[in-house]
Write a protein that binds this ligand. Structure first.
Ligand SMILES: NC(=O)C1=CN([C@@H]2O[C@H](COP(=O)(O)OP(=O)(O)OC[C@H]3O[C@@H](n4cnc5c(N)ncnc54)[C@H](O)[C@@H]3O)[C@@H](O)[C@H]2O)C=CC1
Ligand SMILES: O=C(O)C(=O)COP(=O)(O)O
Length: 630
């Protein structure tokens, strides 16, 4: 069992009076996204009620703070031309966004719409922005994140494809990326069907010719769709809607998607087949997969060679999934009879693009998502996601961070505080903290693994461990990445205990192995530094250090002393601190057995000066002590 070696505290805590008014007002370093805040209290998140301090802890802009703190903190103004109101976040919208979405954004922040920015102009502006909203036309490169200098907290992609955002860079810089994955699905599917029908019946070419005064009825004889086989490549949201509509046109629809569940396809009457089978049997191929390193140019000389001669291709996904030179060759040779393209490798394509100019190609300028309805929907969807992220809520559409449901977030809030404090405390017990390699976290809980999402807790433990020993800002977005980069292996274990399943976690234990400790008593019998904590009355408590049980609230600072268990020790140390005007907030003593070794854990509001610490060290019965900042 995780902390079975702990003895019970012999004094109920607190034994010394605590003074709520003297609680530290320092910002808790619990930033999920960044450490700035905007003076707003989020609408629906009240994460914990701290019964000791009578303050509400809330998550603001990714930072867990007390309500008082949110009123005091100001938003740093770096560029007056962008920031209209210094209390409000600045949201840069770099492409056309529906008015309804802009209205949602304006309620929270200062919104600047600046379309058609060059890469240089975007980099210049971004350093004063808290959020950036883009569509497919803005390249959010590593340079943009570098230029943001840590201020940019969230990039909102008003649409589905996030191939124009450097996700790796966003993650490294701790910037959340959210998208709007649902509102344009139907629009894209309808556009796919529009292109399919227009291509089959030569609508574009015939329209151009009639406008040029020609009447070419025999030239533009088309092909029928009914009874033909359509291969849907990528059976996600758009692909499945295209499939449904194509079935309505009487087409035989097959699909290829390595990750789609067969029963979802079956429900639409579609058979999932292999890539080769799909492309070799289809009369029409419609592309609906994302652009990823795997799908990049997946339609190339080799794959065109496997297609049925005279196949027709529709691409409403991303230009990059097709090798465009190979497509021109396939069109020239007649392997591909026609192509209908909404998307291109380079957008806009060059004026003399052989592909766009090809007589058997019809093209639209990336219009898949461009219906009034979809654009209003996307604008609201992304605005709400960005506002939520700026308010510290974890978005359900986060692309580079774990998605945590609001109710889970709310339930875990006090444990999040505990996790970070335990990490912060554990690392300070290591002598020479940067040598840490292996950390184990043990969650004792009555809940089964499926009922306990520990990603948030692990991220905050990582934050607590790394931030005191480096100048890296760690948050939920980049915690795993930073841990990996620093060579930290964090393993997790769950121990099922017989406690109330109402509580997500009974206690959390952090073990650090293969290191020496500044405080030998923190090393457990099995040789690791080991501390345990739990949430009591909504606040984090330390309950075990090494093999010693204690019970002290994790607030302010902490002194741990190991002494020979004898009468008068509490008074002695209390007097030394009192003489230096250091207020003791909590004290607890744990011992292995009577009159042998004991550990005294003393919570202090102020940082004791050198003299006070030397005097504590000079007490003959005290064998070792350590001062820890929480
Ligand atoms: N032209 C336009 O204006 C629009 C374009 N799109 C694009 O359409 C694409 C699909 O969008 P959604 O359906 O909303 O996304 P989605 O995520 O719901 O569906 C994508 C599907 O592709 C599948 N997939 C991934 N790798 C694959 C591979 N190698 N081969 C076959 N399938 C693969 C996934 O399993 C998933 O089911 C995206 O690239 C998106 O950017 C979406 C909306 C508008
Ligand atoms: O949502 C997508 O993936 C799209 O391609 C739509 O792009 P857009 O927002 O119209 O530039």
């Amino acid at each position: 069992m995780a902390s079975s070696s702990c003895t019970k505290p012999i004094f109920p805590s607190p034994t010394f009076s605590s003074s709520p008014s003297s609680q530290s007002s320092k910002t808790s370093h619990l930033s999920f996204l960044n450490s700035n805040t905007f003076g707003t209290i989020p609408k629906n998140i009240k994460l914990s009620h701290n019964s000791t301090t009578s303050r509400n802890s809330i998550l603001v802009n990714g930072v867990l703070k007390t309500a008082d703190q949110t009123k005091q903190t100001t938003h740093p103004v770096t560029n007056d031309s962008v920031v209209g109101n210094s209390q409000k976040p600045t949201i840069l919208v770099s492409e056309k966004l529906g008015e309804a979405g802009l209205q949602v954004l304006r309620k929270l922040g200062h919104v600047e719409c600046a379309y058609d920015l060059s890469a240089e102009e975007l980099c210049k502006k971004i350093s004063s922005c808290d959020a950036l909203i883009v569509r497919s036309g803005t390249k959010v490169t590593r340079k943009v994140f570098e230029a943001a200098k840590g201020k940019l907290k969230v990039v909102g992609r008003a649409g589905v494809g996030i191939d124009n955002v450097d996700l790796q860079a966003a993650t490294e810089f701790g910037c959340l990326v959210v998208n709007a994955p649902t509102a344009n699905t139907i629009a894209a599917a309808e556009h796919g069907i529009a292109l399919l029908a227009a291509m089959a019946r030569n609508v574009s070419q015939a329209d151009a010719s009639i406008k040029a005064g020609k009447w070419l009825r025999s030239k533009y004889v088309g092909v029928s769709m009914v009874g033909k086989t359509l291969a849907v490549m990528g059976f996600g949201k758009v692909g499945s809607e295209v499939a449904r509509r194509a079935k309505g046109l009487g087409m035989n629809v097959i699909a290829h998607d390595p990750y789609a569940p067969a029963d979802r396809a079956r429900a639409v009457g579609v058979e999932l087949v292999s890539f080769d089978q799909a492309i070799s049997t289809a009369d029409f191929i419609s592309l609906h997969m994302p652009l990823t390193p795997t799908t990049n140019k997946v339609f190339n000389d080799n794959t065109f060679a496997k297609m049925k001669k005279g196949v027709r291709i529709i691409n409403v996904a991303r230009g990059g999934v097709i090798d465009e030179d190979a497509l021109v060759k396939a069109l020239d040779s007649g392997v591909v009879a026609q192509a209908a393209l909404d998307v291109f490798t380079e957008e806009p394509p060059s004026k003399d693009s052989k592909l766009v100019q090809h007589e058997n190609v019809i093209a639209t300028p990336h219009l898949g998502a461009s219906t009034k309805e979809a654009q209003e929907g996307v604008a609201i969807e992304i605005a709400e996601a960005v506002v939520g992220a700026l308010n510290g809520e974890l978005s359900a559409t986060a692309v580079n961070a774990p998605m945590v449901a609001p109710e889970v977030l709310s339930e875990l809030a006090p444990y999040v505080v505990l996790a970070e404090k335990l990490g912060r405390l554990a690392v300070q017990l290591v002598s020479g903290g940067s040598g840490i390699q292996s950390i184990k976290v043990v969650y004792r809980s009555a809940r089964g693994p499926d009922d306990l999402d520990t990603r948030l807790l692990r991220a905050m433990i990582t934050k607590g461990i790394i931030e005191p020993i480096s100048n890296t800002i760690v948050n939920l977005v980049n915690a795993d990445y930073i841990a990996k980069q620093k060579g930290l292996r964090i393993s997790e274990e769950r121990v099922v205990v017989d406690s109330s399943p109402e509580l997500p976690v009974e206690s959390i234990q952090i073990q650090i192995s293969n290191v020496e400790s500044k405080f030998a008593s923190a090393v457990s019998e099995s040789g690791q530094i080991s501390i345990d904590g739990k949430v009591k009355y909504g606040t984090p408590h330390l309950i075990c250090v090494g093999s010693f049980g204690v019970d002290v609230s994790l607030e302010g600072n902490l002194i741990l002393c190991r002494q020979i268990d004898q009468p008068g020790m509490i008074g002695l140390v209390g007097n030394i601190l009192g003489e230096q005007n250091v207020n003791v907030s909590f004290m607890s003593v744990g011992r292995t057995s009577r009159r042998k070794k004991a550990i005294m854990a003393i919570g202090v509001d102020e940082e004791p000066n050198k003299e006070a610490l030397e005097n504590i060290g000079g007490v003959p019965a005290i064998e070792e002590f350590v001062f820890l900042k929480l």
